[in-house]
Design a protein around this ligand. Structure first.
Ligand code: ZN
Length: 161
């Protein structure tokens, strides 16, 4: 079984995040998620969603904001956007992994006005330095649901048999 964002603490590379990144981010920096549209800045893309200035309009936008929240080690946003039915008691990002890239592979539904959607993505991480450097990735098809106008992360879709 692969690592999964929804598998809970201890088993999910997704729960390991970069705090001590050597490149401080500000709102004018390219968004860690890569930007929607591509190349958009943090201030145009994920920051307003993470800071509660606006709601994510689509499942993909919410997924991107959650990736960026992991990259910024913002556990509050992760907790807030996790569906109450599936969310862990605490979301506790670990500081020793840096998230270095997000690729959205597939999007099914999850548009504004819909109530469910699926986003498949690959997120790459790097940990350690020098000889102890490790790399990895998380690949998941995530299910999202909308309640009361807000998108929530539900968990990984079961993989095909
Ligand atoms: Zn973004």
């Amino acid at each position: 079984m692969g690592e999964s964002f929804g598998a809970g603490r201890g088993s999910a590379a997704w729960l390991k995040v970069s705090r001590g990144s050597d490149q401080p981010l500000d709102r004018g920096s390219r968004c860690p998620c890569g930007g929607l549209p591509s190349g958009a800045s943090l201030g145009e893309c994920c920051a307003p969603v993470i800071e509660g200035e606006r709601l994510a309009p689509t499942a993909e936008a919410l997924m991107r904001s959650r990736y960026t929240a992991y990259a910024l080690a913002d556990g509050d946003h992760l907790h807030r956007t996790w569906h109450p039915r599936t969310r862990p008691a605490g979301v506790d990002p670990e500081p020793w992994v840096r998230w270095v890239g997000l690729e959205v592979l597939d999007v099914v539904d999850g548009e504004a006005g819909q109530d469910a959607g699926v986003v498949e993505f690959r997120a790459r991480w790097v940990a350690g330095e020098g000889r102890t450097r490790q790399r990895g990735e998380v690949h998941e098809r995530s299910a999202f649901a909308r309640r009361a106008g807000r998108w929530f992360y539900v968990g990984p879709e079961p993989s095909d048999p």
